[in-house]
Design a protein around this ligand. Structure first.
Ligand code: SF4
Length: 427
C-alpha cells in the first residue's frame, strides 16, 4: 500500500515552488498525495514567518495535526521552522524540524525513515537549489526558482535571517529546468526567489537571465512576478516589452513616504519608484503593477500615511497586499521608538484596502472592449476561468475548452462586488 503524504504551504511563491517540487518527487516515487485534512502517514508543513500572522497560521497548521493525535510523522519546515528551530525541536510531537537550507532533502529524509534506513542531513550543506523539476503540482503555472536569500536587510524584514545571504542559481540549470517543465506541458513560467532583480551569477545579471529565457525557441509565457524596485537597467526595460514577457510586475513600494522609506532602509525614493512605472508604461500603457504596502511602520505620521494614499492614487495599482507593520525579533525596526498603536494600524490598513479595491476595479474595467489571452486554469459547467497576460482574472462561457491552454477572448463586462472577475467572450 503506497504511503500517504499531506502538505500545507504558507507564505510566498518560493515556498509554493519548493512544495511543488517535493510533491512531484513523492509522486514519482510511488507515494500518494492527500488533502491536509485527510488521514496520512506523514504531514509536511512549509511555514512562513514574515509577519506575526505568518507565525500564527503556521503554528495553527501543525497544531491541527498534533491535535488530531494520529499515528503519523510531522515535518515542520520553512521560514518559521528556521527561525525557531531549537524551540520546535524540543516539541516531542514534531518528528523533524527541517530548516530552509535542507528543505530539498525532505524526500530522502522521509523515504529513508519509512524504509527503516538511516539518513543524516549534512548541516554544512546549503541545498537551496537542489529541488527537482516539478511535474505534478498544485498549480497551472510552473514556478522556477532563480535565486534565494537577500543582502538588503530592510529594517522590518526577517527574511535575510531565515533565507540567508543572497545566492543566485546557475543560469544553465535555470534554462534546463524551464525546458524540463515545458516538456511536462506547462505553458506559463513564473520566476521566483527572494530578491530576483539582484540576480548575479558569474557576472550575469537579471537582464542577462531574462534575455536567455526569452531566447528559448519554444512557445510559452514568462511571468516575472515579485520584484524589488532595483536592478532596472535599460536592457531590462527593453526586455519587459518582449512579447513573451507578461505585462505585469508585483513591484514592492511598501510606503509612499520618503521619510519612512529611509527608515525602512529601502534603496529608492517615491520619485524613483514612479520613474520605473512611468518608463515601463511609456511603451505599454496598460502594464499592470501590483504591490506590497506596510502601514503603521514606527513613527509613521498622518502626513506619511497621506503620502502613501496619494502614491496609490497616482500609480493606480491593480492589487495591494496590505501588511500592518509586524514587529519581528532580530530586526532593527523592532527596536525603533514610536511604535504605532494596533488600532491605528487597523484603520490605516482598512483605508488602503478600500482605496485598493477602487483602483483594482478601475484598472480591470479599463479592459472592457479589449482582448486578452487567457491561460485556462478551470473549466466547469461550461464556464472557463483563468488569468490574462495582464494578470487579471477572467471568466468566459464555452461548450468545450481545455485546461492549461491559451484562449483569445474579448472583455465584455466586469462582475459586481470586490475582487471582480472580468467577463469575456471567445474570439
Ligand atoms: S529586499 Fe528587503 S523586504 Fe525584500 S526580502 Fe530583502 S530584506 Fe526583506
Amino acid at each position: 500500500m503506497s504511503k500517504k503524504i499531506a502538505f500545507k504551504t504558507l507564505g510566498c511563491r518560493l515556498n509554493q515552488y519548493e512544495t511543488d517540487s517535493l510533491v512531484s518527487q513523492f509522486i514519482e516515487n510511488g507515494y500518494q498525495i492527500v488533502e491536509f485534512d485527510e488521514k496520512a502517514d506523514a504531514y509536511i508543513v512549509n511555514t512562513c514567518t514574515v509577519t506575526n500572522q505568518g507565525d500564527k497560521r503556521s503554528r495553527y497548521a501543525f497544531n491541527n495535526v498534533i491535535k488530531r493525535n494520529i499515528d503519523a510523522k510531522l515535518i515542520v519546515t520553512g521560514c518559521m521552522a528556521t527561525q525557531y528551530k531549537d524551540k520546535l525541536e524540543d516539541e516531542k510531537a514534531i518528528n523533524f524540524v527541517v530548516d530552509n537550507n535542507h528543505k530539498a532533502n525532505i524526500f530522502d529524509l522521509l523515504d529513508s525513515y519509512f524504509k527503516g534506513e538511516s539518513f543524516a542531513l549534512n548541516e554544512d550543506e546549503r541545498s537551496v537549489f537542489s529541488f527537482l523539476p516539478a511535474k505534478d503540482t498544485f498549480h497551472t503555472r510552473s514556478m522556477i526558482k532563480v535565486q534565494d536569500g537577500c543582502d538588503n536587510f530592510c529594517t522590518y524584514c526577517i527574511v535575510p535571517k531565515v533565507r540567508g545571504r543572497a545566492i543566485s542559481r546557475p543560469i544553465n540549470d535555470i534554462i534546463l529546468n524551464i525546458n524540463q517543465v515545458l516538456d511536462f506541458g506547462f505553458k506559463e513560467i513564473v520566476l521566483t526567489g527572494v530578491n530576483i532583480t539582484r540576480y548575479d551569477y558569474n557576472g550575469l545579471s537579471f537582464h542577462d537571465l531574462i534575455e536567455k529565457i526569452v531566447e528559448i525557441p519554444r512557445d510559452f509565457r514568462l511571468r516575472i512576478s515579485s520584484v524589488e524596485p532595483e536592478g532596472f537597467t535599460p536592457k531590462l526595460f527593453e526586455l519587459l516589452q518582449h512579447t513573451k514577457v507578461a505585462p505585469h510586475l508585483h513591484l514592492c513600494l511598501q510606503s509612499g513616504s520618503d521619510k519612512i522609506l529611509l527608515q525602512m532602509r529601502r534603496f529608492y525614493t517615491l520619485a524613483q519608484f514612479k520613474g520605473i512605472v512611468q518608463k515601463i508604461r511609456e511603451k505599454r500603457p496598460d502594464f499592470n503593477f501590483t504591490t506590497d504596502i506596510i502601514v503603521g511602520f514606527p513613527s509613521e505620521s498622518d502626513k506619511d500615511f497621506e503620502e502613501t494614499l496619494q502614491a496609490i492614487e497616482e500609480i493606480g495599482f491593480s492589487h495591494i497586499h496590505t501588511f500592518k507593520y509586524s514587529k519581528r525579533n532580530h530586526t532593527r525596526a523592532a527596536r525603533m521608538p514610536e511604535q504605532t498603536d494596533e488600532k491605528l494600524k487597523t484603520s490605516r490598513s482598512e483605508q488602503v484596502r478600500v482605496l485598493g479595491e477602487l483602483k483594482k476595479r478601475n484598472y480591470r474595467a479599463s479592459f472592457i472592449g479589449k482582448t486578452q489571452s487567457v491561460l485556462v486554469e478551470k473549466f466547469q459547467k461550461k464556464v472557463a476561468s483563468g488569468y490574462g497576460e495582464n494578470y487579471i482574472p477572467i471568466k468566459f462561457t464555452a461548450n468545450e475548452v481545455a485546461e492549461n491552454e491559451f484562449y483569445n477572448v474579448r472583455i465584455i463586462g466586469i462582475e459586481s462586488g470586490e475582487d471582480p472577475n472580468l467577463l469575456a467572450e471567445l474570439i
